[in-house]
Write a protein that binds this ligand. Structure first.
Ligand SMILES: *[C@@H]1O[C@H](CO)[C@@H](O)[C@H](O)[C@H]1NC(C)=O
Ligand SMILES: *[C@@H]1O[C@H](CO)[C@@H](O)[C@H](O)[C@H]1NC(C)=O
Ligand SMILES: *[C@@H]1O[C@H](CO)[C@@H](O)[C@H](O)[C@H]1NC(C)=O
Ligand SMILES: *[C@@H]1O[C@H](CO)[C@@H](O)[C@H](O)[C@H]1NC(C)=O
Ligand SMILES: *[C@@H]1O[C@H](CO)[C@@H](O)[C@H](O)[C@H]1NC(C)=O
Length: 316
């Protein structure tokens, strides 16, 4: 009996492995548009797909980032400067893409651009702090997706949304987790709607990856937030809280550096495989900590968080 079970599981794994290895043909005719290519995941993905022979249209936030990327890639990669929060910029970018892809349509749209700061206890923040993050990570992505969707439908292509494990467990205050929950919700409904038109939708939920951007941003913003906090908040949390909180943030990073390729390989698979997955969770922390956590009952997750984060001075 158990032997049959083992054989079945092995067969299933083999079948799945074989199915997932099937790659689409004519990669060199396929256009892929990626946002947030200045650094990090977007930058690495652009270079990786360019090497693979796809035609990459890379959106960067700065001309410097765009030039650096062009220097490192083949002539077929083209760049555009895009700020997803500016409606007229999104419109202009859509025409730019249309001119390039013509009748073939856009094979892939990768929504990668995003910011994560400020992340802090909600009470320390203002509405504006939330607006800033939601504008880029959620509304910007929605605007761009709606705008480019007709081109993707023409190619019966793919939409790859970069969410985060923090779209599964909200482990911190601030707009970031909210925006990623939003991306998850929107993608789920759109996946079903678009399946009627042959468009496949994949969601990437990476764990904690240290990139040049997160490194450069550092945690100085938390000190600034603390300095601006109201006297009531300062009294509630106490002077020692900030230092302990910063220590706990460092613990969130896995002690090993995760290779960005883990995430970009998933994105590449979502774009080039005949049968992409609906969800990918690159990173060991995502697979073994955050995803299992997202299936636990709330009281257990709460317990873990109580244990993990420092307590405010005036905690009861
Ligand atoms: C990150 O920084 C290192 C060193 O400064 C640089 O070599 C690397 O190309 C950067 N990576 C990205 C994706 O910008
Ligand atoms: C790109 O290459 C050009 C010419 O080789 C060089 O002048 C320029 O400084 C490079 N730009 C960056 C950002 O690396
Ligand atoms: C988007 O705006 C930037 C700066 O405002 C501009 O340089 C860029 O050309 C615009 N992009 C498009 C596609 O028009
Ligand atoms: C990706 O996420 C954005 C933002 O939530 C959403 O507008 C879009 O529909 C999603 N794309 C797909 C194909 O699910
Ligand atoms: C990351 O993985 C890729 C391929 O899996 C490898 O080529 C690359 O050297 C690795 N990078 C680092 C920094 O380990």
């Amino acid at each position: 009996m158990s032997l049959y079970l083992v054989v079945l599981v092995v067969l299933y794994c083999l079948l799945r492995w074989y199915r997932e290895r099937q790659v689409i043909s004519h990669l060199q005719d396929k256009f892929v548009f990626i946002t947030g290519c200045d650094s990090g995941l977007g930058n690495q993905l652009a270079r990786q797909l360019d090497l693979r022979g796809l035609r990459v249209l890379a959106a960067c936030l700065t001309e410097q980032g765009a030039e650096q990327l062009r220097n490192q890639t083949s002539d077929s990669l083209q760049t555009v400067i895009l700020d997803v929060t500016k409606i007229e910029n999104v419109t202009a970018t859509t025409s730019w893409v249309k001119e390039r892809v013509g009748d073939r349509g856009l094979w892939g749209l990768v929504n990668n651009a995003g910011i994560c700061r400020p992340m802090a206890p909600n009470e320390w923040l203002t509405k504006q702090d939330f607006v800033k993050v939601l504008d880029v990570n959620l509304l910007g992505v929605i605007d761009l997706t709606l705008s480019l969707l007709p081109l993707v439908q023409k190619a019966r292509g793919r939409v790859v949304n970069v969410s985060s494990v923090m779209g599964r467990v909200s482990i911190q205050g601030g707009g970031y987790c909210i925006s990623k929950y939003g991306v998850e919700a929107f993608s789920d409904s759109l996946r079903r709607e678009l399946s009627y038109f042959g468009v496949k939708v994949a969601m990437i939920e990476p764990g904690y990856f240290v990139t040049n951007m997160t490194r450069a941003e550092g945690s100085g913003y938390l000190q600034a937030l603390w300095n601006q906090a109201s006297p009531e908040v300062k009294e509630l949390y106490g002077e020692n809280f900030l230092a302990d909180f910063l220590k706990s943030l460092n613990l969130l990073k896995p002690p090993w550096t995760q290779n960005l390729s883990l995430a970009t390989d998933c994105m590449e698979h979502a774009l080039t495989a005949c049968h992409p997955r609906t969800r990918y969770s690159p990173g060991w922390d995502a697979k073994f900590i955050y995803l299992p956590m997202s299936y636990l009952p709330s009281f257990l997750v709460d317990l873990m968080m109580y244990w993990y984060y420092p307590k405010p001075a005036k905690a009861l």
